[in-house]
Design a protein around this ligand. Structure first.
Ligand SMILES: [Zn+2]
Length: 365
């Protein structure tokens, strides 16, 4: 099943944020998949539902993500700022997370005079995306074929007490912990193939395990993280590390950390395959994960237009081979999977996830 909802897609220029993100990327994928239905190779796995229909399918109503879901993951001070009665506090955190003010104090990729909506309204979209990621997990757990692809989301950089890298809250870990709190899952794998290191997810899980987050894992519950990413470049570039907030933890490794250097694209698939086996090996024997959340960034693609993704250049075939490797690894072990579209920038960013879903569709006929 696929979750697609125009309402959760952020049109960043509406808020004066100037990023090379195609707001119609998800729509393009759905159109391409739909156009292929009548062809021999065009089917995709299951129906395309919006958030409301997904809620109905799961027998749920009301707000999916509430403040308490975020408090399980982020610091109390940070959550207080996001929900403060003083709108300046939320604004400050949004400006920081989206890097809209440069080191010189001037707007960076931010043209507020072009905005048609207040920046603070972006928070509602972010919460809706968080709901979509959680619902993708809930659908994958309860609905055949135990596979759900959410055509949005992927905010994996938000850290314990701050947003970062266009991510205000870490919806990946929020979704995982909510599943655990509701007894939907005990062990969750995060398989993050976005080109940028899943730094926020690694930190948040580490803080929970180490007791720095006051809400510990309940007995028998854990989240294990894998991240395969550019060995250099944001957030691992010298400038980002130098600008780290004093007193903040350095970037922490995922449980399985796979940095891929420039020119190592030919080894990408074998590195990932080895990493998946290490992830399985790290998971306590007899504790098969109940679900895997795949952060399926397409910014590994050679045609990606974001400057900070330029140090890895996978071909379209390699992107699809990557996704099929993860899919088949999980499928062969009967592990449900929720796929979150995550990064992907520029006019051709729709191609990797679309080709992956088309490839899957052939298998589901
Ligand atoms: Zn990315």
């Amino acid at each position: 099943m696929i979750i697609f909802d125009d309402e959760v897609v952020s049109v960043f220029s509406d808020y004066g944020i100037m990023l090379p993100i195609e707001s119609c990327r998800a729509r393009k994928i759905v159109d391409e998949l739909g156009a292929g239905i009548s062809s021999r190779h065009g089917r995709f796995p299951g129906p395309v539902l919006d958030i409301q229909h997904t809620l109905s399918l799961l027998g749920r109503t009301g707000n999916v993500i509430n403040r308490y879901d975020i408090e399980r993951v982020h610091s109390a001070a940070y959550v207080n700022a996001l929900f403060s009665d003083n709108p300046d506090e939320l604004l400050r955190e949004l400006l920081n997370a989206y890097e809209l003010i440069g080191a010189d104090g001037k707007p960076n990729r931010y043209e507020p005079e072009m905005a048609v909506k207040p920046l603070s309204a972006l928070f509602e979209k972010i919460l809706a995306q968080c709901a979509g990621s959680y619902l993708a997990c809930a659908s994958a757990l309860t609905t055949e074929p135990h596979f759900c692809y959410f055509l949005a989301g992927g905010n994996h950089h938000a850290r314990y007490d701050t947003g970062a890298g266009f991510c205000l809250i870490n919806e990946i870990i929020i979704a995982a912990r909510k599943l655990q709190a509701e007894d939907g899952a005990r062990i969750v794998w995060i398989i993050d193939v976005d080109v940028h290191k899943g730094c926020g997810s690694a930190e948040l899980v580490s803080f929970i395990r180490d007791g720095l987050n006051p809400t510990p894992f309940e007995t028998g519950r854990d989240i294990l993280t894998l991240s395969i990413h550019m060995a250099r470049g944001w957030p691992l570039d010298a400038e980002s590390l130098r600008n780290a907030v004093p007193g903040r933890a350095p970037l922490l490794p995922s449980d399985v950390e796979i940095p891929v250097g420039e020119g190592e694209e030919p080894f990408y698939i074998s590195l990932l395959e080895d990493g998946l086996h290490r992830l399985e090996w790290l998971t306590s024997s007899g504790c098969k994960p109940d679900i895997a959340i795949v952060v399926d960034g397409a910014d590994t693609y050679e045609h990606d237009e974001l400057l900070s993704s330029s140090l890895m250049r996978l071909s379209l075939d390699q992107c699809v081979e990557r996704d099929m490797l993860v899919y088949n690894f999980l499928r062969s072990r009967n592990i449900p999977s929720a796929w979150i579209m995550a990064g992907g920038y520029g006019e051709r960013a729709w191609e990797p996830p679309c080709r992956f879903l088309q490839t899957l569709g052939r298998g589901f006929i």
